[in-house]
Design a protein around this ligand. Sequence first.
Ligand code: FAD
Length: 407
Amino acid sequence: MVNEDSVAVVGGSIAGCATAQAVARAGAGRVTVFERAGGELRDRGVGIGLHDARFAELEAAGYVDSSMPWSGLSRRVWTIRDGAAELGRAFADQHFPFRSYNWGSLWHELRSRVPESVTYHTGAAVTAVEQDADGVALRLADGRRERFAAVIGADGYRSVVREAMFPGLAPDYAGYLGWRGTSAPMPGDPETDRAEARVIVFPGGHCMMYLIPAAGGGYRMNWVLYAVPPDDPELLLDLRTPTSLPPGRVAAKLTAYLRDLVAEHFPPYWGRCVLRTAPEDSFIQPIYDLQVPRLAVGRLLLAGDAATVVRPHTGGGSVKALQDATALEAACRANGSWPEIAGAYDAERTAVGAAMVALGRRLGRAQVEQTPDWQKMGQPEFDLWWQEQNQGPDRSSGFGGHALKRG
Ligand SMILES: Cc1cc2nc3c(=O)[nH]c(=O)nc-3n(C[C@H](O)[C@H](O)[C@H](O)COP(=O)(O)OP(=O)(O)OC[C@H]3O[C@@H](n4cnc5c(N)ncnc54)[C@H](O)[C@@H]3O)c2cc1C
């Protein structure tokens, strides 16, 4: 590590907290995090699933902790509407060794692990990144300009650090949306197994559902529905420029469309879990993906979604962000200059990011863009269909994240 060097991390979410911890642990002199949002990020998200084996590796590396509230999942049950049957008809079952988390508690844990020596600024948006031979200058929205020996871009899918490295390179819209939310259980709900995740299927998409620990105790039903938006002139959104959908007429019209879709295609109980979600507990996210040619250019390095945006069907975006941090720590410990650190980090992580992007595209194609005739599917047909999309040309999977290399 280049001891005593000052390092800035742009973005203070999952990748930002983890990479700040990584460079501080590896011996950076001064570490500063710039997070655009004011206050705590804990209420921003909903559920996150972390693969058991990936969690164990990250715990051994000191990045996560078993004491964080979680709920264990072991099976994923694929289910289709069957007339008035409350729970529908389960047509396939798969091994699903994941831990479910509330996004807020995961972030809180990572934030609490950022050493006190790190300065974490909130309400601090970085507007420009200028690299020269000796360092990097960051411009902030309040007019300040600060210099660092190196800068880590952990600023998500619309990264300004990535824009400085690869001008014009932006995420690709996948052609469909994710509608996400959480709802509280109600008295009289049927008994369901907490260890079972559900996938409710319908023509042109599916909805992933599982319980997550609630902030104040108990559980909430976390759901994410993926579907192509309707062919309506008012909804012909230009999503080529990465965006999120703010509340308003378009979001309201889309939500009405999605609610109708749920009412028509979901088994009654699972439909109620979605439809009783309060509007403020749900939001619509267009789905994107992005692969960068390199994760490091000179003294600029990327981590998490700033580096590669992976479609959420992989269940591995957060794992990838945390693994980026462990690889960065190892690269910093083993090398003495920023070009060497950048080279080692890039060699370790670029291929993994590309493999995850490719997996996300295969899963998205099979599960949303070109859904099969679900009615004709039983366990044997499902197993074949899953095998085709899950295994890449090299027969590796990566579902839930690739195994971390042992250092
Ligand atoms: C529908 C959906 C479901 C998902 N489910 C899962 C799952 O089950 N399991 C899983 O592992 N992953 C899942 N993911 C992926 C996971 O959420 C992301 O990969 C992960 O949150 C990326 O974290 P990050 O820190 O890189 O980016 P982000 O969480 O996007 O954080 C970027 C941060 O940078 C800040 N920022 C941005 N620009 C600036 C700026 N100019 N200056 C200062 N700060 C800035 C932002 O405010 C933000 O806090 C899912 C994603 C989606 C969309």
